[in-house]
Design a protein around this ligand. Structure first.
Ligand SMILES: NC(=O)c1ccc[n+]([C@@H]2O[C@H](COP(=O)([O-])OP(=O)(O)OC[C@H]3O[C@@H](n4cnc5c(N)ncnc54)[C@H](O)[C@@H]3O)[C@@H](O)[C@H]2O)c1
Length: 265
């Protein structure tokens, strides 16, 4: 019998390097998407950004461009043609696409009993169909990369079924979960992984608009989490860096809950 040589992993840290990668991030003008754009630039990736809010993108550009190579386009992810044109454009300018992050979302707020079909359909158009649009447009580039990564934003709310009044939004996040799991099966053969990044509660614009008494909400969140502090956008950016990197190349179809141990799946 030949001696078994125990494998080691001294070089595993190199798998976190994004210096030769191109990432595309939707919803990158604000909040968690903006945190991811800046983290990816910090990790050496070239970054394309799509967001509805052209003014915010323009205001951020000088600071981002000083940190690395970034191309931003004011695009509504509900627009098939605009999405496709912008993605082709960005891939041409940055030399392909290796990583796609779908962060853009809308947050309709009303009890389900008072939610009409138009409201849910409109939310699905951004939160689910919008993700499919970017995926189909980016897929040729992700396939060519041979190490493509798709990261779609889910939410802790899908696991909890609350807060009250976010039913339509929660339904869209359930659909993101199904979409991503099916995608993972379909694109694995091309060396592409597809995972769901599901945040707990993070202090972005979207959250601050929702609660009248922010201090009381902060206390409630800390109470239900296992980790006794509010989440920071860097917690999400770090998780996105991991899922985008070679370090996560054997992880697909999964939901990574970044919620301070609020829920366990
Ligand atoms: N903040 C949280 O606590 C939290 C919790 C769970 C999940 N999430 C998820 O994280 C993601 C980011 O949320 P956030 O809190 O940073 O929100 P945010 O509102 O700060 O950012 C969302 C971004 O998406 C953009 N956007 C919206 N509709 C668009 C469209 N049609 N086309 C292009 N861009 C569009 C907005 O302009 C904005 O820049 C979302 O998918 C959200 O569901 C957030």
């Amino acid at each position: 019998m030949t001696d078994f040589i125990e494998p080691v992993a001294y070089d595993a840290v190199q798998r976190f390097d994004l210096r030769d990668r191109v990432a595309l991030v939707t919803g990158g003008a604000h909040g968690l998407g903006l945190a991811i754009v800046t983290a990816f630039l910090g990790a050496g990736a070239k970054v394309g950004v799509l967001d509805l809010d052209g003014e915010a993108l323009e205001a951020r550009m000088p600071e981002m461009a000083a940190r690395g190579k970034v191309v931003a386009r004011a695009v509504d992810t509900r627009d098939d043609d605009a999405v496709r044109a912008a993605i082709d454009d960005i891939a041409r300018e940055l030399g392909g696409i290796d990583i796609l992050v779908n962060d853009a979302a809308t947050f309709p707020s009303a009890p389900l009993a008072e939610t009409d079909s138009k409201t849910l359909t409109a939310a699905l158009d951004v939160n689910v169909v919008g993700y499919l649009r970017t995926v189909t447009a980016a897929l040729p580039y992700l396939r060519a990369s041979g190490r493509g990564r798709i990261i779609n934003f889910g939410s802790v709310t899908f696991f909890l079924g609350h807060p009250d009044g976010l039913g339509a939004y929660i339904a869209t996040k359930g659909a993101v979960t199904g979409l991503t799991r099916a995608l993972a099966r379909e694109v694995g053969v091309d060396g592409i992984t597809a995972n769901i990044l599901a945040p707990g509660a993070f202090p972005t614009r979207a959250e601050y608009g929702l609660y009248e008494d922010q201090a009381a909400f902060d206390r409630q969140v800390i109470e239900v989490q296992s980790v006794k502090r509010r989440g920071d956008v860097s917690d999400i950016a770090s998780a996105a860096l991991f899922l985008a990197s070679d370090a996560a190349s054997f992880i697909t179809g999964q939901t990574l809950l970044v919620d301070g141990g609020w829920t366990f799946n």
